[in-house]
Design a binder for this molecule. Structure first.
Ligand code: C5P
Length: 212
């Protein structure tokens, strides 16, 4: 059985509501993403529990703060056992460098640009994303959260490209505007994709038929 390069976004207030799906997905996907909603309502123990169950955990806290706070928060995430952590590149050079120098190799830092996948991309925003990713690279950030439309032009800079905004062909887009399919994201150069609602709505298809 091949492991699909997918992070399942656990976007809800309780881990319990995902237990059934997690049991089914075990061994089929690369990891899970804990975002603000889950982290705030369940607390840090949710990361420890998922790690104990054998999951690779992507802690999507999108840190955006002064260098001292970013350094300490990164250390805490590292101590908690998170495998990936997001930081806003807009936090600036000093904060990004602090994040890099305060962690060990078990934690990968992912830079988040100003463009969320809930916005449509225009030329000005695309230029801003490229500038953000360049700064992240200069500060030794391990990888980036990259909108679908920007994967092609990012892959020369980064191997570790993680792409949200994923929808299957027949899915509704919900609030996402910058979207692509799992196959196209991987073909374009994403190393991992993030899927939330598309997995919940198509669990059996993603497990058994999706070929990535
Ligand atoms: O349900 P859906 O697949 O749209 O969820 C996407 C997940 O990826 C959410 O957890 C969202 O916070 C996250 N994300 C995103 N766009 C970004 C960064 C993160 O959709 N640019």
């Amino acid at each position: 059985m091949s492991v699909k390069p997918i992070f399942f976004a656990l976007d809800g207030p309780n881990l319990n509501e995902f237990e059934f799906m997690l049991k089914k997905l075990e061994g089929h996907i690369f990891g899970v993403k804990v975002g603000l909603e889950m982290f705030i309502s369940e607390g840090p123990k949710v990361v420890e529990k998922l790690k104990k169950d054998g999951w690779t955990v992507f802690l999507d806290l999108k840190l955006h703060d002064i260098p001292n706070t970013v350094r300490k928060a990164t250390k805490s995430a590292n101590n908690l056992g998170a495998d990936f952590l997001t930081i806003h590149i807009a936090s600036g050079k000093d904060a990004l460098q602090e994040a890099y120098s305060s962690k060990n190799d078990s934690l990968k830092i992912l830079g988040v640009s100003q463009a969320l996948t809930s916005s449509t991309m225009d030329a000005k925003m695309s230029k801003g994303v490229s500038e953000d990713f360049l700064l992240a690279k200069q500060c030794s950030v391990d990888g980036v959260i990259c909108p679908p439309s920007e994967i092609e032009r990012t892959k020369n800079l980064y191997d570790l490209i993680v792409t949200p905004g994923i929808r299957l062909n027949n899915d509704t887009k919900d609030d996402q505007k910058n979207t692509t399919t799992p196959e196209n994201a991987i073909l374009a150069g994403a190393k991992y994709i993030v899927m939330g609602r598309s997995i919940i709505n198509n669990l059996d298809f993603v497990m058994n038929e999706l070929d990535i």
